[in-house]
Design a protein around this ligand. Structure first.
Ligand code: LMR
Length: 394
């Protein structure tokens, strides 16, 4: 049977996790996989999450099946968080899914049922898993211009010109906030223009909302999502609770559909639930129940928001510290973009040879395209990192 197979390519982000773990150097620095790290370099369980888990353990009475769409309270709470009152809820359907990846997978399968082999447009560059999920779903992949390697900002005029040429059978994957891998994001005024373009062309937006709250704040980070869905008749959103609730291994996300009207929403929802039932049947509950308990309880929600705000502030602080340290040492503003970027990542724009050199010589691990996870920068090693970067690019 299996003699027809050849080895599949590995995932570069997860492969780097393994390489880092196997490196015995005590002064190694992990700027690779996108997990939040605190000052001690650990990825802690949030205190609000621990408290929710204790409540769940004490109150739990059953482990019976949840149903295909998942935890209903979770779904309602996620919609309040991600889209608020941007569109009438009669047009909205949500299905809990395993992580942001599972949500993307469900939504892309759904698109392929509606328009087999449709083209999905991804930003150049994008999270490396977008492409395989889309191809596995049967979609064709194309790219639109996004990152300007000179300014390390968004090539907005080129991006918009590409979006303006799309048609109603196209799908556009947009990063709702905290662009992965670049860290370069659209301004609110640019989101307004993107929304106008999509409303005119009829292309279907699929918004990947994996880092809500990691950029400028919960409300600020959902501006683009709310603006786009309020402007177009149909839209898709893939939500993730991995980062903002620190629930990575619980695999908790949600696939959200905004349809033209209530009747169409019911039809699309039936197809979405059919996709889920014929693949993993139903979602697991634990991560969803944690998020439901937190978001429905005033005190736990306040505690979670305080924790989330602290994580965001720490990442913004680390961005400023690293760009300051590089500016002081090099007397140049070449890396000031790190402070201007938002979210967990910045794409440094370094050649792969420099990335490999930093790994081999300094034990500094970043993704091969020179994406760094700013949360991984050790507070007391910012100067060392600046020195290593500057030495490597000399
Ligand atoms: C990342 O981009 O590092 C994260 O989203 C983790 C992953 O699954 O790739």
């Amino acid at each position: 049977m299996f003699d027809t197979l050849t080895k599949a390519p590995g995932d570069k982000i997860l492969a780097l996790m393994g390489e880092y773990a196997a490196d015995s150097r005590s002064d190694k620095i992990d700027l690779g996989v996108g997990v939040y790290k605190d000052e001690q370099g650990t990825t802690p369980i949030m205190s609000s999450v621990k408290k929710a888990e204790q409540r769940i353990l004490a109150a739990g009475k059953t482990k019976t099946y949840l149903g295909i769409a998942g935890n209903k309270g979770y779904g309602a709470a996620v919609l309040d968080l991600a889209i608020a009152d941007a569109v009438d809820r009669s047009r909205v359907r949500i299905a809990q899914a395993p992580g942001g990846t599972g949500s993307l997978w469900v939504l892309m399968q759904l698109v392929n049922r509606a328009r087999p082999g449709a083209t999905i447009w991804l930003s150049d560059p994008t999270w490396p898993n977008h492409n395989p999920i889309a191809e596995n779903a049967g979609l064709k992949v194309a790219v639109y211009p996004y990152f300007d390697t000179e300014t390390r900002g968004v090539k907005f005029a080129e991006m918009l010109a590409a979006l303006d040429k799309l048609g109603k059978d196209d799908v556009v994957l947009l990063h709702g906030c905290c662009h992965n891998p670049t860290g370069a994001n659209l301004t609110n005024a640019q989101w307004d223009q993107v929304a106008t373009s999509l409303a005119r062309t009829g292309a279907l937006p699929l918004i990947d909302l994996a880092y809500l709250g990691f950029g400028d704040g919960l409300l600020e980070d959902s501006y683009g999502t709310r603006k786009v869905i309020a402007s177009v008749p149909e839209a898709l959103i893939a939500f993730s609770g991995s980062k903002n609730f620190g629930l990575y291994r619980e695999r908790i996300g949600a696939a959200i559909v905004i349809a033209r009207d209530e009747a169409q929403a019911d039809i699309v929802n039936s197809q979405m639930l059919n996709v889920i039932r014929s693949s993993y049947s139903q979602p697991p509950d634990h991560g969803a129940e944690i998020i439901r308990v937190i978001l429905e309880d005033k005190e736990l929600r306040a505690e979670w928001e305080t924790e989330l705000n602290a994580m965001r502030a720490r990442m913004i602080g680390l961005r400023a510290k690293l760009s300051d340290a590089i500016r002081q040492r090099s007397n140049s503003k070449d890396f000031d973009f790190i402070a201007a970027h938002r979210g967990m990542f910045s794409l440094l724009g370094l050649p792969n040879s420099v990335v490999e050199h930093l790994k081999a010589t300094n034990g500094v691990y970043m993704i091969g395209d020179s994406r760094i996870n700013v949360a991984g920068i050790p507070e007391d090693r910012v100067g060392d990192l600046a020195d290593a970067l500057l030495a490597a690019i000399k």
